[in-house]
Unconditional design. Sequence first.
Length: 447
Amino acid sequence: MQGREPLGVIGAGWVGLVTAACFAELGHEVVVRDIDAERIGELEDGRLPIFEPGLDEVLAQNRGRIRFTLDIAEIFDAARVAFICVGTPSTYSGDADLTAVWHVLDELPELQDRVLLVMKSTVPVGTGEKIRQRLDDKGLAHVGYVSNPEFLAEGTAVENFRHPDRVVVGAFAEADGAKVAGLYEPTGAPLVTTDVASAEMIKLASNAFLATRISFINEIANVCEVTGADVADVARGMGLDHRLGPHFLRPGIGYGGSCFPKDVAALKQLAGNSGYHFQLLSAVIEVNELQKRRVVGKLKKHLGPLRGKEIALLGLAFKPNTNDLREASSLVLASRLLAEGARVRAWDPIAIEDARKLLKGVEFATTLREAVAGADAAVVVTEWDEVRELPTPELRDSMRRPLIVDGRNFLDPEAARAIGFTYEGIGRAASTLGAIQQAEQTEPELA
Ligand SMILES: NC(=O)c1ccc[n+]([C@@H]2O[C@H](COP(=O)([O-])OP(=O)(O)OC[C@H]3O[C@@H](n4cnc5c(N)ncnc54)[C@H](O)[C@@H]3O)[C@@H](O)[C@H]2O)c1
């Protein structure tokens, strides 16, 4: 029966584990292979190497149908369909590093039957064509290849698998595409069937567009700060237009994570390598880099030089409900603050252990209270629920200066000010006042 076909999953990261757990939930037997022995050991012991809400339960409930292995041959002993879910990080040039993908290809065992390799990893347009060629060169013309990009968002990944906005399937052979599409039938998701190159592009273009919206609203927020508008109202007013929609119109201190930065860079690079200068994406990337640093200016506005000042960073993960620190804005911000001579004390409910390895020179607090005690400023970096506890008289009194720089516009400015905090958000009306006064003072020079 199609729906219960045994499946292989290569790569036990966010995408691989969610794919394995959720297909197991749909009744499939799943073999998961990773090259990281420690990771496989943890998974066999029932421990999850990543934090993803709900994933531990789905894995535990379907544990009987999931097997973990280090041996790629076990995948193909059990399954005729294998999802490739290995990492494709950025190289220094901004291209996608496909080392892990090629490694999988090189390791394929002797395959007599028709098996299907299904690419869930995000890869540059043209990768499928190259893989097809490599398979043919290896005498594996009978091995099918399908592009099935993954759109899950960390923090809501299980829900995203169960109810995807769409399933994209790009295939060289119609029957292969139909087979993969059939696996998702229980989700009832709209299906986009296309060629391999277009499927690859749908993924890159989607992430690039979301990143563009973020950089756009961040620039609008910055302009709000110098013109007297409030970006929260502006974003709401824009988002109610059905042609625009409300999503990804929340200003902040820049996008991060394992996908947007590398996928935007990969698309820009891919275009450049093909002779096209993707000007818009260059701006999107630059705006994002500058946005991560804007907090430093806001702190200086209130505190003057930051040398010796104690700054509490509240949240380190690139967004709430994940422990993923890849390309998190907190990393750039912490480094900038240290370079300015500030003392940085950081707190995060779940990403601390990983952060210790990445952030040298930063002190770590185990609670939010401990982080802000004695601080000259508290910076909201990640919108963890616990951060809502910040604007209280008790925490105000525990700080050397009751200054909140809300890098995510997460807190209610009026409530924070009513308690006696100085509150500075991103592009919000009150932070604007000072900027306007400052602009007015400097007007003659600008003219
Ligand atoms: N994380 C996300 O939110 C997300 C969303 C959509 C798409 N993607 C894409 O999916 C891919 C995987 O992302 P991720 O976040 O799950 O990565 P990850 O780094 O969390 O996991 C990748 C896993 O692959 C393993 N691996 C590397 N080489 C291997 C090999 N030869 N055989 C088996 N395992 C191998 C690694 O050890 C690691 O456990 C990337 O291309 C990413 O861009 C990620």
